[in-house]
Design a protein around this ligand. Sequence first.
Ligand SMILES: NC(=O)c1ccc[n+]([C@@H]2O[C@H](COP(=O)([O-])OP(=O)(O)OC[C@H]3O[C@@H](n4cnc5c(N)ncnc54)[C@H](OP(=O)(O)O)[C@@H]3O)[C@@H](O)[C@H]2O)c1
Length: 345
Amino acid sequence: MSAAARKVRASVVGATGYAGAEAIRLLAAHPLVTLVSIHGRERDGVPLAAEFPHLAPLGLTLRSGVPEPGEADVVFLALPSGASAATAERLVAGGALVIDIGADFRLRDERLHHAWYGEAPRPQTLAAEAVYGLTERARDRLPGARLVANPGCYPTAALLALAPFAATGLLADGPIVDAKSGVSGAGRTAARGYGFSELDASVSAYGLDGHRHAPEIEQGLADAGATGCGVTFVPHLVPMARGLLATCYLNLTDEMETAALRAVLAEAYPGEPFVHVLDAPPATKLASGTNHAFLSAARSGPRRAVITCAIDNLGKGAAGQAVQNMNVALGLPETAGLAALGVVP
Ligand SMILES: NC(=O)c1ccc[n+]([C@@H]2O[C@H](COP(=O)([O-])OP(=O)(O)OC[C@H]3O[C@@H](n4cnc5c(N)ncnc54)[C@H](OP(=O)(O)O)[C@@H]3O)[C@@H](O)[C@H]2O)c1
């Protein structure tokens, strides 16, 4: 029986974290999915409502470990880097499609992966077959995939903005990606410096001496055709719970007016259900709680342009795109379970 002929059985591992909870929220409302199990370490028998009261209406209970072989058709892993690789290998061997929302399979270059994510081993053969799931650029490789490496939140926004220029030879050299994220991007575990008192009414940059999402953006630009294109990537924390804005500054190989820049984006995403080119620069709120990405483009000088992209870091930047990837990989309608529009104001 094909997966599309009956409901897809899905499990979420890392259900006590933000990305896992968002995956549960989306999958519970997905018309073609049954959520068969949710897993949190050392939480066997704990009601999900004890961790996330907003999900109390689902009446779900956490289990420890991972689903049994054959129990789930698809397993979403929402774990910190280094914690997914071995689990993914076991689950794939058991026949499940694995969608890793974490970073264990994103960087294809083994040396780069270990330089940024530590020496924890990852299964080579599986790493080689992982599909990097920026859905709009991976649609032909997703069907039949056994492992999807869901992109990072910053790379998703940056690559949606820049890949069309890389693919058309318009990107002259290394662009600057100046990006801002809501605090949920750092995960649920409170760390020093992430409390309300320190974050409220304040904005700061971080990772200036190198951030692990820079090589991921560079890998995506190379995939799109701009090989060897280095990127200056500066993330910022802003005092909001959700939302991510990437403001990308690029030098062009040609003189282009704003209308022509917008046309490059529009031609890259014709009829895309989740990528929208706007005339005015987008705000993060447009995407809040959704899988949508909003782009805009403007000329900023001779052969210079600014492209902005707004997403929800937990939506298109994590769980939303993970569900979109599941849909495409399993031959379901791509928009199934992802109908939500932004809540504005
Ligand atoms: N937050 C975002 O906007 C976002 C966007 C894109 C991708 N991601 C990626 O998604 C993954 C999860 O991020 P998150 O923001 O949801 O983090 P989070 O809120 O900190 O949640 C992490 C989850 O992993 C569990 N966990 C932690 N260490 C573990 C270990 N050693 N073994 C097994 N489970 C462990 C935690 O369980 P406990 O509750 O027991 O600690 C929790 O369920 C990360 O790889 C992150 O990079 C996050």
